[in-house]
Every structure is written in structure tokens, then in C-alpha cells.
Design a protein around this ligand. Structure first.
Ligand code: HEC
Length: 163
């Protein structure tokens, strides 16, 4: 036991460093860190698009880990977090609307599709329906890529200057 305890301590320290490090590294440089004062529009309910996207990617990583370890609860958590992700602030919505014009509706459709698929993934994980989890996860990822392929390059310069 005297051998196990220091090992356990090391493991705990390592894990916390990993967790804290993970959070810090995943923040894009242009976004204020946890110590900096967030801008007025960064609330629990509304997050700037890019910060929000980083969160989505972390949720996808959680789902992925859950799939490999057959940990349905981890899959459920990641999917639920995507399904209930915060909205983006009104000034960014206005910019996207202006940049995309009539195509804005299509952008919204991509967002809704991702929400819908994430909700299905929650149900599949709750039912421990692994084949459903896999197919829904693939569909979800395709939904992310679909919007990126269509709009990411166009919107990046529109959204970046004000950040
Ligand atoms: C409705 C459109 C849309 C959907 C759906 C979408 N994204 Fe994005 N995503 C964007 C746009 C636009 C950008 C570029 C934002 C910028 O650079 O300011 C982006 C950027 C990103 C980035 C890059 C962030 C960075 O550091 O520059 C990541 C990561 C990301 N998305 C992950 C995801 C994941 C994961 C999903 C699905 C769960 C997803 N996105 C779904 C539109 C979308």
C-alpha cells in the first residue's frame, strides 16, 4: 500500500494538470482566458461563435472517447452538451445574416440539424444502442463538416475583426 499511495498521488496531479492544461490550450489566442474579463456578450447563454465551436469540438472528443471505452454516459454528456449549446450574441447573428443574405436560412438549417442529431445521439446513448450511437455520431460529424464546407471560410473574416 505504501507503494500505491504515492503512485495514486502522482496520477491525481497528472490528471489535474491534464484537465487544466486541456482547458487552457483549447482556448484560441484571440479569446480572453478565464482571468481576463469576458466581453459583455459572453454569457452562459450567449457565446461568441468561435469560442462556442471550441466547446463543440471538446464535446465531440468526449463522445469519441465514450465510444472507444463503451462509456455510454460519456457519450450522453457530450451529445447533451452539443444539443444545448449556448446561442451566439445578437451582433454576431447580425453579421452572419448580412454576409450570407438569403443563404442565412441554410446556415440556420445546418445548426438545427446538428441540434436534432445531437438529441438523437443522447437517446441512442441512453438506450445503449451502440450501432445507433455510431451512425448518429457519423451523421453529427457530417453536419459539422457540412456547415464548415459551406460557410466557414466565408464567415471567418466577417467574424474575426470584432473579436
Ligand atoms: C451552422 C454552421 C456550423 C455548424 C453546424 C458547426 N460549425 Fe464549427 N464553425 C462554423 C464557422 C462559421 C466557423 C468559423 C468561426 C470563426 O473562425 O470565427 C467554425 C469553426 C469551428 C472550429 C474552429 C475554431 C477555431 O479555433 O478557429 C471548430 C473546432 C469547430 N467549428 C467545430 C465544430 C463542431 C465540432 C461542430 C459540430 C458539432 C461544428 N463546428 C458545427 C460554423 C459551424
Amino acid at each position: 500500500m505504501s507503494v500505491n499511495n504515492p503512485l495514486l498521488g502522482l496520477l491525481t496531479v497528472g490528471l489535474s494538470v491534464f484537465l487544466i492544461g486541456g482547458t487552457l490550450f483549447s482556448l484560441p489566442r484571440s479569446v480572453p482566458g478565464p482571468i481576463a474579463t469576458p466581453t459583455a456578450e459572453d454569457t452562459v447563454d450567449t457565446k461568441r461563435l468561435r469560442l462556442l465551436m471550441v466547446g463543440l469540438a471538446q464535446d465531440m472528443a468526449r463522445i469519441n472517447t465514450g465510444i472507444w471505452h463503451e462509456d455510454a454516459e460519456l457519450v450522453r454528456q457530450g451529445a447533451s452538451s452539443i444539443a444545448t449549446h449556448p446561442r451566439i450574441p445578437p451582433d454576431q447573428i447580425a453579421k452572419i445574416k448580412k454576409a450570407l443574405g438569403p443563404e442565412f436560412q441554410n446556415f440556420v438549417r445546418f445548426d438545427k440539424a446538428v441540434h436534432g442529431t445531437a438529441t438523437e445521439l443522447v437517446s441512442a446513448a441512453e438506450a445503449r444502442d451502440w450501432s445507433g450511437v455510431l451512425s448518429t455520431y457519423t451523421e453529427l460529424r457530417d453536419g459539422c463538416f457540412g456547415c464548415h464546407t459551406a460557410y466557414r471560410d466565408r464567415l471567418r473574416p466577417v467574424l474575426a475583426p470584432a473579436e
